[in-house]
Design a protein around this ligand. Structure first.
Ligand SMILES: Nc1ccn([C@@H]2O[C@H](COP(=O)(O)OP(=O)(O)OP(=O)(O)O)[C@@H](O)[C@H]2O)c(=O)n1
Ligand SMILES: C/C(=C\CO)CCC[C@H](C)CCC[C@H](C)CCCC(C)C
Length: 281
């Protein structure tokens, strides 16, 4: 009896393998065209990063508006993920000296978005909730605004040429972001003697999270050939900077100076002073 419902699994696998081969050939030819056309490559990379930014915020807008993720946690997760997510797009851009200006378009667009949301030009309470502590749109004109400006600065000033830029966003995103999440949950009674609103657990998370993200990204960028580095010397330099930035973040000053200013500012200053350690060949 012929089995009408049966299928030739061998033929199906063969077709699948053929499809995969065709797809990879097409992908290779697209990559070849992009490599031969830096302008097109940078435009495509900008579109990918911009789309990623939109997707990230939309995901946490949906999660926080459905109550799946607490609003404060949503804000911190966007804070932790946006910066490294953006930096992971940097290798998509060409080696052209103007590539950084294309990459800078992404934080610029988000700067405009944050300004429009924070001033009410765009009325989108759910997105405001995903990026604010209490849902007050004017809050976006502080932390989130400074955050995007820092990413813009790291892109234009440091780009893929200096590990200082990596340390700047790593300590702002992976450090300060994690300090909040860990500190709120594990901070408990072990508060800092000089700041009862912050804890050893939070500061420990800031140091470990920020320095780990920085070392990981610098090792990645070194492997991409963006800059030479002696991993041991670089790790020491990162640890020293992370320790000072952690101390600054722990001070009771964030009512006067936002952490998204004090932490990156400290790193930029120390990075300049320690640039030889970070770039030791
Ligand atoms: N070193 C730290 C940092 C934060 N926290 C915990 O995280 C909460 C929020 O920390 P803070 O940095 O003040 O958060 P925000 O200012 O809201 O966050 P952002 O830096 O994004 O402005 C603190 O109240 C505290 O419970 C902590 O225990 N130890
Ligand atoms: C709530 C935030 C900070 C408060 O401390 C973070 C605000 C995030 C910005 C609105 C979005 C920034 C997007 C990046 C510039 C690009 C990300 C791209 C990537 C592919 C996710």
């Amino acid at each position: 009896m012929s089995c009408l419902g049966c299928f030739d699994s061998t033929k199906l696998l063969g077709n699948g393998a053929q499809l995969l081969e065709t797809g990879s050939q097409q992908a290779s030819s697209v990559l070849l065209v992009l490599q031969q056309n830096p302008l097109l490559q940078d435009v495509c990379a900008t579109v990918v990063a911009a789309a990623g930014a939109i997707a990230l915020v939309k995901i946490f807008r949906a999660l926080s508006s459905r109550g799946i993720v607490d609003q404060k946690l949503s804000r911190k997760l966007v804070h932790i993920l946006a910066g490294p997510g953006f930096a992971l797009c940097w290798p998509l851009f060409s080696a052209d000296p103007n590539a950084r200006f294309f990459a800078a378009i992404v934080p610029c667009l988000n700067l405009l978005r944050v300004l429009a949301l924070g001033t009410g030009v765009i009325d989108d309470p759910k997105t405001v909730n995903a990026m604010s502590r209490e849902g007050d749109k004017s809050e976006l004109l502080r932390g989130p605004l400074y955050y995007v400006v820092v990413l813009l600065g790291a892109t234009l000033v440091y780009w893929r040429e200096s590990p200082v830029g990596v340390v700047v966003f790593s300590l702002m995103c992976g450090g300060d972001g994690l300090a909040d999440i860990v500190g709120r949950r594990l901070g408990g009674r072990h508060k800092l003697p000089w700041n009862s609103s912050k804890s050893w657990a939070g500061s420990g998370a800031m140091f470990l999270g920020g320095s780990s993200m920085a070392i990981a990204f610098i090792a990645f960028f070194c492997s991409m050939g963006y800059f030479e580095c002696d991993i041991a010397a670089m790790a020491l330099g990162v640890a020293a900077i992370a320790a000072v930035a952690t101390l600054i973040e722990s001070l009771p000053i964030n009512q006067k100076i936002d952490d998204n200013i004090s932490v990156p500012g400290t790193v930029a200053l120390l990075g300049f002073l320690l640039r030889s350690a970070l770039l030791a060949a």
